[in-house]
Ligand binder design. Sequence first.
Ligand code: SF4
Length: 446
Amino acid sequence: MGLLEQKRHFSVNLLDWYMVNRRDLPWRRHNNPYFTWVSEIMLQQTRVDTVIPYFNRFIGNFPTVQALAEAPEEEVLKNWEGLGYYSRARNLQAAARQVMELHGGEMPQDKQAVFALKGVGPYTAGAILSIAFNQSQPAVDGNVMRVLSRYFLIDEDIMKGSTRVLMEELAGELIPEGRARDFNQALMELGALVCTPKAPHCLTCPVMEHCSGRIAGRELTLPVKTKAKPPRPEQRLVAIVEGRGAHRGRVLVRQRPATGLLARMWELPHVLAAPAAAGKAAGPLADEPAMALLAGSLWAEGFAARPEGLATHAEHVFSHIVWSLQVYKCTEQDQSNELPLIAAEARAAYDAQASAKEITAPAQASEPGITDAANILGSLDEQGEPLSVFAASSSAHDVATGKGDGLTYRWIGPEDMDKMAFPNIFLKLITSYFAGSYEQQSEELN
Ligand code: SF4
């Protein structure tokens, strides 16, 4: 069979299959460019089943481009909470504002204009233009490249830009006249349901008859993909600081800096205990130096708190970092003469740990605005006094900023969880704390 015939077979059979087997998804029920756009952004790196409830809630709260553009950012992040990759939500809102300012609130239909929207890359632009406006534009992501690599037996590395260009040309040629909307969704559907990464269902595949990869027995070895760099492990110490007096029943949280990882989201105070030495994981810190370090770091951030013991362990995987978290319950203390001593102990304990385990202190903070162990300890003078200390307000729950890094701290109760946006890992930790589930764990761990 010639290549032309193989392509025709693919397009015709795939489209026929899709018209019978297409899933009923909320964003497919209306031909609304805004819905297509939101769904495509949510679906990046996230499974359809996970996205459906988020999509319904998001559209319920922000039904139009205008509603999204005008919403407070915190509300948008709150609606995204749990989906991860929060820069997608921020970019989506920034792009909604672009659509309001530049296009009168109507999604543009011009390729360059769509491509110019914040957070919209070639795949998303192609998906919006084809699905919402039935324009003959390819929408090529990892799933589509997998299907095409297998069907046409393409041995090129799909991590290369040149391979993407080749795939986009090929995908564009496969779109039947006037059927871009259905065809592109059919291709995505085949990648999601049939030509899956680890176990493709070739026997029920609508294009199996002329699939070169299957015929050559290569369906499991394609696509060719160079391995991404493994994420960098980091050991972090986290404080659940329980308030006393006016803060009783509340815990201390801080807002992350306006730029960088998880920008402007709320979290429990935490500190980088040690980055991994080359080629090996950092490993957990013993409790005693960990607690001393945590007390020192809280002190350097302007809070007097005493770690009481390990509450739990947790892990969170980002695309480029893995956080291993040691979570300690701490209690708020009055500012007292004792605390500088705790801070001084922290430095000594950390130094001892560093020489015993060959921990390499980072040359600079790994995140903008957030201090790490080396910087915190560096900020303590010989008596263990932080360079800049402010006293936490004894009455207000809003605490102001600490240490001149522009960070904001608050004491929060369970009722605040609905209003503030937390990254997944902190949402779980704080929710578990308020549900009382650390009591038993810490007894077992300590
Ligand atoms: S026959 Fe198998 S490898 Fe080929 S496209 Fe279908 S599922 Fe993928």
